[in-house]
Ligand binder design. Structure first.
Ligand code: MRU
Length: 359
């Protein structure tokens, strides 16, 4: 992979700031944003300046530090630590409300909060609590990188030299702290010397496929062809597609998986043509509180994302739009779920549980 600017990074120590690559500008402009107020972090997640389930998890963990590092408790000692913890819990709730579907955001914020809670009895200064929270956020960041590598190695075993694959949205380096999940599989296969060709669909309405996936695969030297979302069937009719690889935002215990809107339709098309369909995600994307995908909250976004393109109205004035950002692909349409602990294939409550035991 060629070096893109980091998707998310903590700059400095304490105090420090969260730096993100502004994905709303790509591919035309490579601009990083320095976020030193929690409202800026919320806004960056909300408007997809930073996006992709694992990346918003890491951004949320660092965002929590942004939100607590300037807090000055009234009391000293243990009482001050308790005040800081109460403030951190509020900041965490605020950040988690920025986007509802990706479970990684809540997971990462809660990881930092529960680390703080566990340490609290041993802490006597609020600053030490912030330092401990930063350490945990950095660990989540490093852990995500490492898990992407392991996911990549498992997924690469599914590919052969010369394969053509298909992907939707962006589940690459721009969506994680590491090499990505679905695209991580392609980078890992390329490192093993396998020559691949990738079809990336545009991913309307916000074009994560053509703007981001094509950008990073092209930068990495992997041949990529962009198609409109409605060309998937034609691509599978006319080309030998070895497999479809997509990411996920939340996966239920039975393997039902929420991902970018259009994923379920793509899985239905892949099933029709007998093309294997893989969901690629770290174990932190599983929501073990959900038996199936029916309880996954689906974000609905502004109608203008559909009725306008680059700020220009495309639908007649007065006509509304339905804009769900994600859909749920039933496990029955998924060939396997590729994780850092191996592949659940086919995904069932039992194969998923086996992976978790190994993870
Ligand atoms: O709305 P987005 O761009 O955040 O949606 C991203 C996706 O749906 C990704 O496929 C998913 O988060 C997995 S990223 C490794």
């Amino acid at each position: 992979m060629s070096a893109l600017p980091p998707t998310v990074a903590w700059i400095g120590g304490m105090p420090g700031a969260l730096e993100i690559l502004d994905q709303t500008r790509l591919p035309l402009e490579t601009r990083t944003l320095r976020l030193d107020r929690v409202e800026q972090v919320f806004d960056a997640i909300r408007r997809l300046a930073v996006r992709g389930a694992p990346a918003i998890g890491v951004a949320g963990a660092y965002g929590l530090i942004v939100g607590i590092q300037g807090f000055r408790p009234h009391a000293a000692g243990a009482a001050g630590v308790a005040e800081l913890l109460a403030h951190a819990a509020k900041v965490g709730e605020y950040l988690k409300s920025s986007r509802p579907t990706a479970v990684n955001l809540g997971w990462a914020v809660d990881e930092v909060l529960s680390h703080l809670k566990n340490l609290a009895p041993k802490l006597t200064k609020a600053e030490d609590a912030v330092a401990a929270a930063l350490e945990r956020a950095r660990a989540i960041d490093a852990d995500d990188r490492e898990r992407c590598e392991r996911i990549g190695r498992h997924g690469a075993s599914l590919l052969r030299d010369g394969d053509t694959v298909y992907t939707h949205c962006n589940a690459g380096a721009l969506a994680t702290a590491g090499i990505g999940t679905a695209l991580g599989v392609m980078y890992a296969a390329a490192r093993e010397g396998k020559r691949l060709r990738v079809f990336a669909d545009e991913t309307r309405p916000l074009l994560q496929g053509s703007r981001l996936t094509a950008y990073e695969l092209h930068a990495a030297g992997i041949p990529v062809t962009v198609v409109c979302d409605n060309m998937a069937s034609r691509v599978m009719q006319t080309h030998k597609i070895a497999a479809v690889f997509v990411g996920a935002d939340r996966i239920a215990r039975n393997g039902d998986a929420a991902n970018k809107i259009g994923t379920c339709g793509l899985a239905i098309i892949a099933k029709h043509y007998g093309v294997p369909f893989y969901v690629v995600a770290p174990l932190s994307t599983f929501d073990f509180g959900l038996a199936d995908g029916s309880g996954i909250p689906i974000e609905e976004r502004a109608a203008e994302e559909v009725t306008e393109i680059a700020g220009v109205r495309m639908a007649p004035p007065g006509v509304g739009a339905f804009n769900p950002a994600f859909d749920v692909t039933p496990a029955s349409l998924i060939t396997g779920i590729v994780t850092e602990a191996g592949i659940a294939s086919p995904p069932t409550p039992q194969t998923v549980e086996n992976l978790v035991r190994r993870g």
